[in-house]
Ligand binder design. Structure first.
Ligand SMILES: [Zn+2]
Length: 237
């Protein structure tokens, strides 16, 4: 996730694991001797790491590493790199140290692997965001109107209400820029993305207009729920 220099030859490595979540470790002499960590301490890499849990100052001790996938495609383009940064940053916010979630690990892995062209980047980040927010406990409630409780049956326009983290019916709220309308297609697609029944590698299967629509909805949702603008999301815009 992150690599920082420490002293003359060590590196501090922040990494995300399937069963222990976010960890931080020190790789001693990693900058002098590259043998134990051949090409595997670059940001955005899938790596098999050998480490001992918490030694000094809460840091793990990294023994060695082996690169599994360096995702070379995403390193060739600024948009792809920014999207990868966004994926990492949202993961760190939703899953701080001590919170593990194997499904989140797989989502990050799959999303980075799906960043193969700049044209796909926006869609990949939208698919990632919908699922990541759900796994992090911020699912958008799409079943019923969050004001009057009437069930949404997949017909007609629904209105997204960030304050409620859900939708409302047209009687309870009129669409506006702060409360964007959602078509039945947009609602059902978001439902699928939240459930994880649509993976980032299948990005081409979603219509462009629906994708654009969901991007705007998720942006309002994220800003309201996380109460801070992510640094990289500003770049992406
Ligand atoms: Zn209502």
């Amino acid at each position: 996730m992150r690599v920082k220099e420490l002293g003359e030859s060590d590196l501090i490595v922040t990494f995300f694991t399937p069963h222990r979540g976010l960890l931080k470790g020190v790789a001693k002499a990693a900058r002098r001797s590259r043998k134990r960590f051949v090409n595997c301490l670059d940001k955005f890499s899938l790596v098999s790491l050998e480490y001992t849990l918490k030694t000094e100052g809460g840091l793990c001790f990294l023994h060695s590493g082996k690169l599994i996938d360096g995702y070379p495609d995403l390193r060739s383009d600024f948009t792809l790199l920014s999207t990868a940064s966004y994926i990492i940053e949202l993961t760190e916010i939703l899953f701080p140290p001590g919170v593990s979630e194997p499904r989140m690990f797989n989502l990050v892995k799959e999303s980075l692997a799906s960043l193969t062209s700049a044209e796909r980047a926006a869609a990949v980040s939208t698919i990632f965001e919908a699922r990541a927010m759900t796994l992090g406990g911020y699912r958008v409630n799409l079943e019923k109107c969050s004001k009057c409780g009437r069930a949404y049956k997949g017909e007609g326009i629904a209105v997204f209400k960030p304050e409620k983290g859900g939708i409302t019916c047209l009687k309870c709220e009129q669409p506006s820029s702060l409360h964007p309308p959602m078509t039945p297609d947009a609602v059902s697609t978001l439902e699928m993305l939240q459930e994880g029944s649509f993976s980032a590698s299948e990005v081409d299967g979603i219509a462009d207009d629906v994708m654009k629509h969901l991007k705007a909805v998720l942006k309002l949702h994220r800003e309201y729920r996380l109460e801070q603008r992510l640094k990289t999301s500003k770049y992406l815009e």
